[in-house]
Design a protein around this ligand. Sequence first.
Ligand code: FAD
Length: 579
Amino acid sequence: MSKLEAYAHADPGTVLGVIEESGRFMAEVVGPVNQVGDTVGSTLDSDGNVTTPPGFKEAYRQYVEAGWGAVPFPDEFGGGGFPWLVAVVMQEMLASASMSFSLCPLLNQGAIEMLALHGSPDQQATYAEKMVTGEWAGTMNLTEPQAGSDLGAVRARAVPAGDGTWRITGQKIFITYGEHDLAGNIVHLVLARVPGAPPGTRGISCFIVPKYLVNDDGSLGARNDVRCVSIEHKLGIHASPTCVMSYGDAGGAVGYLIGEANQGMRYMFTMMNTARLSVGLQGLAITERAYQDALRYAQERKQGRAIGAPKGELSPIIEHPDVRRMLLTMKAYIEAMRALLYTNAVSIDLARHHPDPAEREARQELVDLLTPISKAWCTDLGVDLASVGLQVHGGMGYVEETGVAQYLRDGRISPIYEGTNGIQAIDLVMRKVPMRGGGVVADLLAQMEALGPELDAAGEELAGIGPAVAGGVSALREATDWILSRGPAEPNDALAGATPYLRLAGLVIGGWLMARSALAASRLLRTASGADAAFLQEKIGTVRFYAGQLLPQAVGLLPAVTAGAGPLFQVDLSGVTLA
Ligand SMILES: Cc1cc2nc3c(=O)[nH]c(=O)nc-3n(C[C@H](O)[C@H](O)[C@H](O)COP(=O)(O)OP(=O)(O)OC[C@H]3O[C@@H](n4cnc5c(N)ncnc54)[C@H](O)[C@@H]3O)c2cc1C
């Protein structure tokens, strides 16, 4: 990566230093506030102020002072200019430490990207630098009661004030960190309609609406006409305030148009890939934390006698095959998810900075294809595997004091927000797979198939991986051909198969990336020794488990992809009216 001019300063030594140091910070400063965040949660007072749980303010202050939030942003805004890949590695650790805490920087990231890509120089000068440091925090205000997945139904209004500013009125719901006490100012990005806007998504504009207006000298001015009217009581992420925001109760909140009117959705799409990748990462982060706890517990908890253990002795549960299966399932999926998410992140960096325009374009296409898979596959797995981690704990997992139930509750939101996983699957089959007449997905399939001969030629230590990858890729090819041929004529059939198709794609792409790492590990093993050799052996063993026991599920998903919509509409689900 440091071979790219833009990242020349990000040599491997420097990057490793940043990752190690930030990891220590996440573990020592952010990790300890996670559980209190869950039990105490954020609270709202009668004046509309939100107080975050004990320790959050102090941890956030240290986060800002250390400059961790600034690492990936451009240096012209005071950022570190590091590759997106580095940001993703750090985000995983932050979300593992506390998912609730990580959401404030995450929403800020989306707002910064929007300003950096589409804000005017004046808007960037006013807001970007303070947001990059984290002194001010950004939010994304899209959702309204009648406009969730379908943002074309947004009703919030913006009218020109005659002085170049706008007056915003309306209500937004589910706004993450819409109000809080962590940052000096909150910069809301709000979707609204201007007078005469076309209906649907073509008539949506994006506005900056700061909590405090900013004076010409950069100091904070009057309080804007926006307030938090309530916060949600919810299943998890209790520390992250999910706010109902009211704009314009006193006549209209002052807003500043970003770019051109009616282009809001187009702008949103340009920052969506990184936002969705970051949410996909939450699935990985939650699983990693759940896995670490489950592994520790399985090593300590003694029950029953494992086959072959001395008579009269209880064995640690990790000695039982079924517990090992649970742990290895978590570990193997973690490595596959990480490989997918990192590939996605590297492609973002190359799409932005590779010197060859053709390579930039190819990488952007890959990002577009992989992003819905990264988001949905990883967040669905996050929920499933947090549940597996809880299962390893037995009854102790179900009671709150071990903390593992929190991972399941916290992780459950990730398949819902930033576009539900159902919407990701639709995006994949209706927009991404058909890109370039199916050429983008065909390029990826060809790349996966090209690994076959190398796997076939590999030694006994990689036995089984080649056939499993070949079987998976062939199922994905068949499913893809079906989607491409069926989608245009019978869109409902393609839509019916969308979710199993996405899962199949995640499973197979994950398997292909795992196989590549097994090949690399086997090459490196020729010269490695000690802890390095042990790590490489462990990698190969994990890939073999994935190939032998997880990847074969791909073939089983094929009938669900190609079944069409018929069976879904054969059963009458409307007949029974519940009182
Ligand atoms: C804790 C939390 C934090 C959030 N943070 C933010 C935030 O910071 N900013 C913000 O703007 N929003 C935020 N949201 C809102 C979130 O993005 C929406 O909840 C999400 O987009 C889904 O919208 P909805 O809840 O209206 O569900 P709906 O759109 O009503 O969907 C209900 C179900 O129907 C399915 N569905 C809907 N339409 C279709 C279709 N066309 N085809 C197939 N299936 C469909 C969905 O997949 C889903 O399963 C947050 C939500 C929560 C709960």
